[in-house]
Design a protein around this ligand. Sequence first.
Ligand SMILES: [Zn+2]
Length: 203
Amino acid sequence: MKEKVSKTERTCLSCGETAQKSELFRWINANGTIMLDWQGKLPGRGVYTHATSECIEHLYKRRSFPTRFFTGKKAFITPFSDIFTHIYTLSLGSFRHFCSLGLKSHVLTVGQEGVAEKYGSGEGRAAIIFTTNDISAKTVKKIPDTIKKIATALPLDKEELGASLTGRPVGIFAVEQGSLSDRLSFYATIMTRFFSGDVHADK
Ligand SMILES: [Zn+2]
């Protein structure tokens, strides 16, 4: 029996595999120019790709598109040379947005002591831990092993992360597992992936 694609799944135009819509990038035809629909909510015909350099590059290099999506001379609003920097910037913006939502709804724990106290025992494992790239070895030593193992390093320093949180430098924070942590993890992955902005896949 053929497996049915669920309502929340879409097919990546580049590699042909399906994934949850929330994990894919949506691209729309905006009056004859292809653009990334970051929020996935803009009207118009759309296609999806994975949030990877391979599938994005493949989209840019395609000679033709499904005619229901795009016909005519291929044009992208963001040139290929800028797309990964563009995506990084958007990811950072969304990451900050969801951080501030997390603070407001009290699902975020900021700072080494607070995180260690709440999640250090290993019992409160239902959390995602993020650290900055400039967290000191001394601080890392103080973080319980249970936390170290599951921490995700962000391509941000304490000042940059702090700017999205308390306004003061922050090297570590934890978020309770849920839809918010899913979004933060998604954007953190993309930020890490496209940090340098110059991802060169094979020709
Ligand atoms: Zn793909």
